[in-house]
Ligand binder design. Sequence first.
Ligand code: ATP
Ligand code: MG
Length: 564
Amino acid sequence: MRVSKMFMATQREIPADAEIPSHQLMLRAGLMRKCASGIYSYMPLGWRAYRKVENVIREEMDAAGAQELIMPALLTAETYQASGRWERFGPEMFRLTDRGGRPFCLGPTHEEPFTEAVRDTVRSYKQLPVTLYQIQHKYRDEKRPRFGVMRSREFVMKDAYSFDMDEEGLDKSYKTMYDAYRRIFDRLGLNYTIVDADSGAMGGSGSQEFMVKSPVGEDGIAYCDACGYAANEEKASCGIPAAVEAELLDVEKIHTPDVKTIDELMQFMNAEPSEFVKTILYNIDGKIVAVMVRGDREINETKLGNLYDAIEIGLAAFEDVERITGAKVGFAGPVGLKEKIDVICDNEVSSMKNFIVGANETDYHLKNVNIGRDFEPTKICDIRNAVEGDPCPKCGKPLAMARGIEVGHIFKLGTKYSDALHCVYLDRDGKEKTMIMGCYGIGVSRTLAAVIEQYHDDDGIIWPVECAPYKVIVIPTKVNDEENMALAEDIYDRLTKAGCEVLIDDRNERPGVKFKDADLIGIPLRITVGRRAGEGIVEVKKRAGGEASEISADEAVKMALELR
Ligand code: ATP
Ligand code: MG
């Protein structure tokens, strides 16, 4: 490909709304364009890189015996009604109607249509097991689309579904996918960990996530170096600490004017956040619930959502908080609420004595509050995020925390969908049995972004050879110099004929401009044809690092063809 003809525009400035390196670089290198919030088009260079990632996934899925097919993205409401997910998906599902007023959606994930297809095709145990997959666009009206294609509203997912006769079969299918995923992420050169995950709205018994380690990852990972335990923070369980022994003191009401933050409150009361219990009001599918965790802890909305089997969960509106507490926002507490609502208390709080809470009165807090004597929680359970140093749920040693980008997710679904959609087969003895399912997703577009997240420097992307849109770029420094250009064209020609994906930057630009662009778009090998063109000598330089060196054009061609 000739750079002079390539449909591409690189940009030097960092786009204003791009917060993380991969998003910035995908825009700056001209790999994609934003069309609307969370919706992107891929430009030719980006699409090539994207297809590399897709091909690695496809090759490994095929090698693992999964069969590729394609389902529609436009699906009827009925498809999702039998499983209950037409309601469950809530506002994340893009819904539309046809001209006859019939409800449709854009598929957010495809368990139901795959289950229907297998139900209608498979009769006998002889046709099982089977694993099917597709690579296709998914649509989710994310609450916070951000970070480019990391969390977008239209994205590509590789989704696979396995159908087995029994649990033992499922274990095997799951393991096959687990191994395939490892090969995929290994080939892409990603540094990742596999963690236990929450099964959430998908239902089912077990699941694991493939997390690319990255400071910009949206997921927290709790892990233990001592025993190897690793779990998504959403899932990592927090133990129950031993109760503190202390005499119960009398409740005191303290005037706390002008304190806006926990820090200010702690300073004012000369206390530590660990002596304070914050009470946060949530709206869970329309029901207001108070949740209590220690002042320096975070509420885990996944655990809270699971407790209520929630579809939508968010902070309660100001009006609700003011009505229920009888105070401005910031003074909620468990004692003296104006309406009877559920009060969910974290395990850790149940071990505390004489703690500080909001007084349900503007500018007041209560000191020396105790569970049992001053209020009775509706439920005491694990409702917070694990933190660094918490005891490992498996071995008790202190946990460490890291950030990760979830690129893949594998689930043992069991019979959740096959029961709902009557996906059965006839067993050896002629008896009807329900199929056991697994599902396995990879965010293809997110994986591409994750590769960039792990492979870049200040100058641009550093594509691993496996995902590079082109492997080599030939840069003639003087396009008007016949000798220079002839050698560049010759190298380009030889590489093209040998099947190497190669660019030639034949633009009439200064070498500095070309080098900058080559670095930005991250082509693994640069061959510069410069002042020694007459002797057949060129300069080669790897994008991944190392010194530039001068070698003969023949050696440069050989090096390009051997690039791994
Ligand atoms: P997340 O917790 O990040 O929202 P999820 O649990 O909703 O992910 P799954 O339903 O398991 O995701 O989807 C399978 C894979 O699809 C994920 O592992 C992720 O790589 C990818 N994915 C999910 N949502 C998005 C999105 N909005 N944009 C890009 N990729 C996504
Ligand atoms: Mg999601």
